[in-house]
Design a protein around this ligand. Structure first.
Ligand code: FE2
Length: 367
């Protein structure tokens, strides 16, 4: 069918707050939107519908959760001339959608796939090929140098959850590099605050309250590697203020009715201690750890280290966390026969406990 070739991948339904941002990519230029039971949700800003090959549509959580399905619509405009442009509907495709309900769920993490899709999907399939919520936890791409580099996240999400399950999007440090990095906010979920799109925010899905943290780059802004193209000092300062605001508003956040699990997600394990030049924001991460302690975070889920290990609470030489940190991602692990595999991570919520384990192999930790 033509719609399958125009729609590059199944959409990704990202969680942001209590709502969603459905993002889909098309092979041709045009206007996209979402319909739920006949109601239309668009990416209109200032009255204008966005004209692009990426379509990022905010959708109210209560509407999509109640409906359990949504329809992706795309109208192609090969020439969006100033007068009488003509659009042709090329995609109208309905997806079932299953938000987290009840107390138990399985989360699967991809992080540090570094532009690979085949081995990560192989791992996902080795551990059952299903999850209730998918986590893309940064460095999914090698960098953001070409628009094509943004496809990796969508290919992974489409192969894993087919547009039918919620996806958590968390940025990695490699994502901030390259010619197209400044376009990233069009391609990833963001919260809108004080006139800016931000990549740190909370979300709520069933019994899960989630907190997405973003460290930005792992070295100082003035590092020659970045050549003056980033300003994460200002970004982290706003993030600190945001974390403080969550505590001030806890009744509507992690202390709200029905929250049973509080999990933080961050590409970089902020509870680790890094030596120079990776010691950027060490004091800030120490403070964020304190704030997360105050929130009563149950677990921090990370990547970045290309290792799989657990930092138990109050480990000497680390930030003094009341919560464990699970680091779960390794690209290109070699087997004895020379073949390679990818290590991701699983978090199961079951009977009030969280059980985290590297996937496909690895020791489970229960918290
Ligand atoms: Fe990283």
């Amino acid at each position: 069918m033509e719609e399958n070739s125009v729609l590059r991948f199944d959409p990704s339904v990202f969680v942001v707050g209590r709502d969603y941002q459905i993002i889909f990519l098309t092979t041709t230029m045009g206007i996209g939107w979402i319909e739920i039971d006949g109601e239309r949700f668009t990416d209109e800003e200032c009255g204008l519908l966005m004209y692009d090959t990426v379509h990022k549509i905010p959708v109210p959580g209560d509407k999509l959760n109640a409906a359990g399905h949504y329809t992706v619509v795309f109208v192609e405009y090969l020439d969006k001339k100033p007068y009488y442009p003509e659009g042709v509907e090329k995609v109208r495709k309905t997806y079932n959608f299953y938000p987290l309900t009840g107390d138990d769920f399985r989360l699967f993490q991809f992080a540090d796939t570094h532009a690979q899709t085949a081995l990560p999907i192989e791992t996902f399939n080795m551990v059952g090929g299903t999850c209730d919520i998918l986590l893309l936890n940064g460095d999914i791409n090698e960098w953001s140098d070409k628009i094509e580099h943004f496809y990796t996240s969508y290919e992974l999400a489409a192969n894993a959850v087919h547009g039918e399950r919620p996806v958590i999007g968390s940025r990695g440090n490699h994502d901030t590099r390259g010619h197209k990095a400044q376009l990233l906010p069009n391609y990833i979920p963001t919260a809108f605050r004080d006139g800016r799109r931000e990549t740190f925010y909370s979300f709520r899905q069933g019994a899960l309250w989630g907190l997405i943290l973003d460290c930005g780059e792992d070295k100082y802004d003035h590092n020659i590697e970045y050549g003056g193209t980033i300003f994460f000092d200002a970004f982290r300062k706003r993030e600190t203020e945001y974390l403080e605001s969550l505590i001030a508003n806890k009744e509507n956040e992690y202390a709200a009715d029905g929250v049973k699990y509080k999990i933080a997600f961050c590409h970089v394990p902020i509870t680790e201690k890094f030596g120079h030049p990776f010691d950027v924001a060490s004091d800030i991460y120490e403070y964020w750890t304190k704030l997360l302690n105050e929130m009563g975070i149950d677990l921090l889920v990370c990547g970045h280290m290309h290792r799989a290990y657990c930092i138990p609470p109050h480990t000497a030489g680390k930030c003094d966390a009341d919560f464990p940190t699970m680091v779960m991602s390794i690209p290109n692990v070699k087997r004895e026969d020379g073949s390679k595999y990818y290590v991701g991570g699983i978090v199961d919520a079951k009977d009030g406990k969280l059980i985290a384990a590297p996937a496909p192999y690895g020791e489970p930790f229960t918290f």
